[in-house]
Write a protein that binds this ligand. Structure first.
Ligand SMILES: [Cu+2]
Length: 353
């Protein structure tokens, strides 16, 4: 198979470790984005082979059987963008967060990949390539590009923001930070995006996201494109997590469930919890994760915007005053500032559904 894509090249990055270098013919087949992607993971930036601890759907159902449940039916949970918001087109998207009043009337919309125009898709791929070709800021050891700064930042913070309830706030702000850098440093002026994995559970490769103009073909070996893992990113699993009314139960269910399986289902660098933001699909996956938290919040906004529970890595209870750090790329914020994506304080976006 030709190395014809961003994702496939990344996905197979772990597989070529220890093997002879690519043949001359294979090297010559790498052009443009493919070559950029192939080189994006600096040799100095080690792939630390540690996967997620995963919990399959049926086991999660048992594990959370006695956890408090919401009254409402998760099958009805959706974001609620208005027709006017959905009609906003290319170039109409703010690049900075603004005051709460103007945010509520004019938020940015993150469009699901199938609802994202060809023009926006192409602009996004161009912005990704721009970031990969930009020099690193210098603030992140061993990073070779601005794109890789994000992988390094994630590597540094991984133990702090996984396997505890800071996972969702930190990654919400991480994705937002990435979006702002794409806009301010690469001129990206389109709507942002997300990828509805429940539509493709068990068959991610059926999405044209995984085709040559975009991320490229997803492999089908056990290391790349594990369909059994992808099958765990299902509507039923998502809904079973959403049914939990306590934040910490929802968070644990989703982190060790669909979140972990989305990483391992794509495989390669995505399966390395530390280095995974080096793989472009990370951003599609973590917008899906963030959207799940948002629709969980929307099911009971008065309570779910007004409090948080669970603990950080040290066992300290999370509060709305808990600080979320972003390595200096963006200002530190409190959970209070990012718990509502429409607060206009630090964030201003919603999802198209
Ligand atoms: Cu992460």
């Amino acid at each position: 198979m030709r190395l014809s894509s961003l994702s496939w090249a990344f996905c197979c990055a772990t597989l070529v470790v220890g093997l002879p270098s690519l043949s001359k013919g294979a090297k010559n087949a790498l052009v443009g984005l493919e070559m950029t992607a192939r080189e994006a993971l600096a040799p100095l930036l080690p792939i630390s082979g540690m996967g997620h601890n995963l919990v399959p759907f049926q086991k999660a159902v048992q594990e959370f059987a006695d956890a408090p449940k919401a009254d409402s039916d998760p099958a009805t949970y959706n974001d609620t963008a208005s027709p006017e918001e959905l009609a906003k087109t290319n170039g109409a998207f703010r690049t900075q967060s603004t005051a709460a009043d103007s945010c509520s009337s004019n938020p940015n919309i993150r469009f699901e990949w199938d609802d994202y125009s060809t023009s926006d898709r192409q602009a996004l791929m161009g912005a990704f390539k721009c970031l990969m070709n930009k020099p690193p800021s210098g603030a992140f050891t061993a990073s070779k590009s601005r794109w890789e700064d994000f992988a390094r930042l994630h590597q540094m913070y991984t133990p702090n923001v996984h396997q505890n309830q800071k996972f969702l706030p930190w990654h919400r702000y991480f994705v937002w930070t990435f979006e702002q850098v794409l806009r301010s440093e690469c001129g990206f002026d389109r709507a942002f995006f997300w990828f509805d994995e429940t539509k493709h559970a068990g068959a991610f490769s059926a999405s044209d996201l995984f085709s040559s103009p975009y991320l490229g073909t997803l492999g089908t070996t056990s290391h790349c494109g594990n369909t059994a893992d992808q099958a765990q990113c299902s509507t039923s699993y998502l809904n079973s997590c959403l049914a939990n009314s306590r934040y910490q139960d929802f968070e644990k269910c989703f982190e060790y469930g669909p979140h972990g399986y989305g990483h391992n289902g794509v495989g390669g660098v995505m399966a390395d919890v530390y280095a995974s933001p080096a793989e472009p699909f990370f951003w599609f996956h973590h917008t899906f994760v963030d959207r799940a938290w948002r629709i969980w919040e929307l099911a009971d906004p008065n309570n779910r915007y007004g409090s948080i529970d669970g603990t950080d890595i040290n066992g300290n209870p999370l509060t709305l005053d808990t600080v979320v750090y972003m390595g200096g790329i963006r200002p530190d914020v409190t959970i209070r500032q990012i718990i509502n994506t429409l607060s206009g304080d630090a964030l201003c976006y919603r999802y198209n559904y």
